[in-house]
Design a protein around this ligand. Structure first.
Ligand code: PMP
Length: 487
């Protein structure tokens, strides 16, 4: 069988058995055209397709693969866990250790509930926010993607952006009406929303650093969201599904708040009487919703907890975090984290229900734990270096052909927009020469580099991208820039 026919044959079979031939829309080459690469195996910085062609991979499973693919220690941890049984429907030590590791890195996540996908994490965070505040509305920002939760599919990025969908069919008008979509980075419109819906907004959910409409650099917007939500008794949900433990050891929260080591920074902040602080663990395991709402409000009045104002350390801390991707190291694990006073509202302690047959699955948790334990400072330094090298090469290549472009970054995450200025939100992101990306993408693919198949996605590097892999990317960029300029 010829090389080309294997891929085409598999794609034909896929389309006959699976809608669009893919299990998740962003995998299709919807906006770039052509046959998606069906992957047979992956190792380190490479993926190999069913035709036996190897690519330097800058998708990284859309985020989880910070160590590269099939890291031997992660694979060994998975094999060892699998040999002890695949799923028990009962708690395990591994779950405890993963929750502890998340809390060590992000101390405001005093309690952590493990789920299987980022979508479940954000869905649960929203339900929890509504449960503890007794309010109904949720604010999200245009271009931010938080998974395929009904309430969060309006003006979402990622695959909806790629397919130019304003939302999803099948979401009822009643559900859509409970979500207010605001422009990212626009503080006056956020304040106006709270003024117009006083006492009704349960939570504002934001990507810690937006990366599902390409990367949009958040500037001071997170601190502003914290200030406004705190003033109105609403919860701030920081969605770190994509950024968490990829942009730094304590996620994007750690980057913006200069948290090199979560536990140490928090202790120091508490000593100084400013910034984030460790909260006293809750002694009672269950609080009625009204008490929880009061506790949330009380916390807002506490200058140590609210993190408001122009402090230079620990500027902001959200009420809830959502994590995913890296926490599972390539296996299905995601998490919700926050203070005990809020998290203990979850069943079985509290009235907000959430559950999962495979939540905290022992094999998946083993992959996440092994990955986080290996993700040390050297890993983050390598991600930063690789990202910088590729960003520089990208800019040089596009400059050389005189193409308008802006490269935006959030730590090692980055993306390119074919426009003069870095986009500040969804309207800017759309105001670019998107028609150039398919040619750019396919030229890279032909040169052996797999990019995300959409201009509205971030590029993902890994610690396994060695000099040879980075060199292949840098060698491919000038040709891709010429192809983009020729369109
Ligand atoms: N939130 C963010 C910020 C994401 O990037 C994603 C996935 N790309 C999700 C939530 C949803 O995660 P999952 O695909 O695991 O459901």
């Amino acid at each position: 069988m010829s090389a080309a026919s294997t891929m085409d044959e598999v794609f034909d079979r896929a389309r006959a058995a699976i809608p669009g031939g893919v299990s998740s829309p962003v995998r299709a080459f919807g906006s770039v055209g052509g046959t998606p690469r069906f992957i047979a195996s992956a190792s380190g910085p490479h993926v190999t397709d069913v035709d036996g062609r190897e690519y330097v991979d800058l998708v990284g499973s859309w985020g989880p693969a910070i160590l590269g693919h099939a890291h031997p220690e992660v694979v060994a941890a998975v094999q060892e866990a699998a040999s002890r049984g695949l799923s028990f429907g009962a708690p395990t030590l591994g779950e405890v250790e993963l929750a502890e590791e998340i809390r060590r890195r992000v101390p405001p996540a005093e309690r952590v509930r493990l789920v299987s996908t980022g979508t479940e994490a954000t869905m649960t965070a929203i339900r929890l926010a509504r449960g503890v505040t007794g309010r109904d509305l949720v604010v999200k920002f245009a271009g931010c993607y938080h998974g395929h939760v009904d309430a969060l599919l309006a003006a979402a990025g990622s695959g909806l952006a790629t397919l130019a969908l304003p939302g999803s069919a099948g979401v009822t008008p009643a559900t859509a009406a409970e979500t207010l979509v605001l422009p990212y980075g626009d503080v006056p419109s956020l304040e106006a929303a709270f003024a117009a819906h006083d006492g009704r907004i349960a939570a504002v959910i934001t990507e810690a650093a937006p990366a599902n409409m390409g990367v949009v650099e958040p500037g001071t917007f997170n601190a502003e969201i914290r200030r406004v939500t705190a003033a109105h008794g609403a919860l701030m949900i920081c969605d770190e599904v994509l950024t968490g433990f990829r942009t730094g050891p304590s996620g994007w929260w750690g980057v913006e708040n200069d948290v090199a080591d979560g536990a140490a920074a928090l202790a120091a902040a508490a000593d100084q009487g400013s910034g984030a602080r460790a909260r006293t663990p809750a002694t009672s395991s269950y609080s009625p919703v009204s008490d929880l709402a009061a506790d949330v409000r009380a916390r807002r009045d506490d200058p140590l907890a609210a993190d408001a104002g122009p402090s230079t350390t620990a500027v902001w801390t959200p009420d809830l975090f959502t994590f995913g991707k890296v926490v599972g190291g390539g296996m299905p694990v995601a998490a919700i984290g926050g203070p005990a006073a809020i998290m203990d509202a979850l069943a079985p302690l509290g009235p907000v229900y959430q559950a999962g047959t495979l939540s905290g699955n022992p094999v998946a948790v083993a992959a996440g734990l092994a990955t986080l334990r290996l993700a040390d400072d050297a890993v983050y330094a390598r991600l930063a270096d690789t990202s910088r090298a590729v960003r520089t090469g990208l800019t040089e290549a596009l400059d050389a052909v005189g193409l308008a472009h802006a490269v935006s970054s959030a730590a090692s995450l980055f993306s390119v927009a074919f426009r003069d200025e870095r986009p500040r939100g969804w309207d800017d992101v759309q105001a670019q020469e998107t028609f150039r990306y398919p040619a750019f993408f396919h030229a890279m693919l032909d040169a052996g580099v797999a990019l995300p198949p959409s201009v509205f996605e971030a590029w993902f590097v890994s610690a396994a991208h060695d000099d040879a892999a980075v060199g292949r990317v840098l060698d491919a960029l000038p040709g891709a820039a010429r192809a983009a300029a020729a369109v």
